[in-house]
Design a protein around this ligand. Structure first.
Ligand code: ATR
Length: 279
């Protein structure tokens, strides 16, 4: 029986139990945090059992963030805008409140840990799923310039653009036309291609001099994109380990009312991960 857990599919290799255990040790909060495999379609039943057994908070990861959104009785403003939930908190009335801490996690990692200025950057977002939705809103909130969204299925990119409702700053292009889109000072990979061990077809000329390339995933899943970014002579090529830890810290604060120190946890996990990110 656990009070907290991460739900996803697959979930065996998730770092979240480790991160929350380190936060708990650091802040003197004893907690019991598990990893629960929930195939698509099984989240509602799995969460109901978890709550009945005493579960009080859940992180939700791939591919269940849109399902968690649908199961939330109350939503934070950012979760509503993103259409995706990664943090659930059990309420006294027996329902879940849904938050999305991915967006803050991404911008905190970029602007606070890596001290990067995002303002006015012409940006390319690859992908239009749950992770991409949170990234799009967070980057626009952080003041980037134009945002171009490209997705393998173009209709999903159009749906994301329409849901953002900011035609002056956001547009979509076809993947096949990428080489004719000019260059970008920020390129964010929010696809799950790396997790599926699939290679993205990306031209080098989309990377502006000194550009920042960022993969929302980490470890071996980010290798293909980061190797491409290096070959395209990006100024920085970063994986999403810092974002993972920052979004976890936000969730921890929602549940326990304490903001953990993320830098020691980042240093510990970074030293263990196979390294391809330029940190
Ligand atoms: P997540 O929560 O990580 O965003 P998701 O909602 O399943 O997961 O979205 C996965 C994203 O990766 C989608 O944008 C998907 O493109 P489609 O909408 O066309 O499915 C993208 N993706 C997955 N594999 C890909 C590949 N091999 N090449 C390009 N894009 C890929």
């Amino acid at each position: 029986m656990s009070d907290y857990a991460v739900f996803g599919h697959p979930i065996a290799h998730s770092l979240s139990p480790r991160i929350h255990a380190l936060f708990g040790l650091q802040s003197g909060i004893p907690l019991n945090y598990a990893a629960i495999d929930a195939p698509p379609g099984a989240l509602a039943a799995s969460l109901a059992k978890f709550a009945a057994d005493g579960g009080r908070g859940a992180n939700i990861t791939l591919p269940l963030k849109q399902d968690a959104f649908a199961l939330s009785a109350e939503l934070s403003d950012f979760a509503r805008r993103a259409g995706a939930v990664n943090t659930l908190s059990w309420r006294d009335d027996g329902s879940w409140r849904g938050d999305n801490t991915d967006g803050t996690g991404l911008t905190r990692d970029l602007t606070e840990r890596h001290q990067l200025d995002l303002r006015e950057r012409r940006s390319l977002l690859l992908g239009a799923g749950g992770a991409a939705r949170a990234a799009a809103h967070a980057l626009l909130d952080a003041g980037i310039g134009e945002l171009v969204i490209v997705n393998r299925s173009p209709e999903r990119a159009d749906a994301l653009m329409d849901s953002i409702g900011n035609p002056a700053r956001v547009r979509t292009r076809y993947w096949a036309d990428l080489a004719n889109c000019g260059n970008f000072s920020l390129v964010v990979n929010a696809t799950s291609a790396g997790i599926a061990r699939e290679k993205l077809a990306l031209p080098f000329n989309i990377v502006a001099p000194r550009a920042l390339c960022y993969d929302l995933s980490y470890g071996t899943a980010a290798f293909g994109f980061l190797a491409w970014a290096r070959a395209a002579r990006a100024g920085r090529a970063l994986d999403g380990l810092g974002m993972l830890i920052e979004q976890a810290a936000e969730s921890f604060q929602i549940w326990h009312g304490v903001r953990p120190q993320t830098d020691p946890v980042y240093a510990e996990l970074r030293s263990e991960l196979p390294l391809l990110a330029s940190d």
